[in-house]
Design a protein around this ligand. Sequence first.
Ligand SMILES: [Zn+2]
Length: 165
Amino acid sequence: MDPLGQDEIRASFVNCTRGEAKGVTLPARAAEIPWERREFLGWRDPKAPSRAYLVLPYGGEVVGLALRAAAPPKSRLRSNICGFCTTAHGLADITLFSGRRAGKLGREGNTLGIYACGNLACCQYLRGELKSDVPQPYETLTLEERVARLEANLHKFVARVLESR
Ligand SMILES: [Zn+2]
């Protein structure tokens, strides 16, 4: 993705109030982010780990989502596969993230959830920069094909969040 400035990141949030967007703790300094190897920016708020953020290019704009990281009872966990990058994880490393939907549906209290890498480091898992603790299902996809799948999964999620915007 193209590098983003802090103001662009703050202005990108579509499913929280302006006040909430103002309070977002931004990720590492832009200069430290290897943008060319990232399809999206995903991070947990170091001051409030139950808050998570996802910022990505989408349909010619930059879209930011504010998410809540839930700690579901392990016994009720339904998936250990990341819904974005499909990396398999041990139960401690997968998290249910939920976000308010934008627009009318959000005002009615409608949210969407997805199980994903708990650290939102999908782009790193995809490239082998980080390794999951558990064995991965055998696949013959190229990195390019995995990136395309990650983007398709991200876009599907964003499209549903934005549905009633
Ligand atoms: Zn992932």
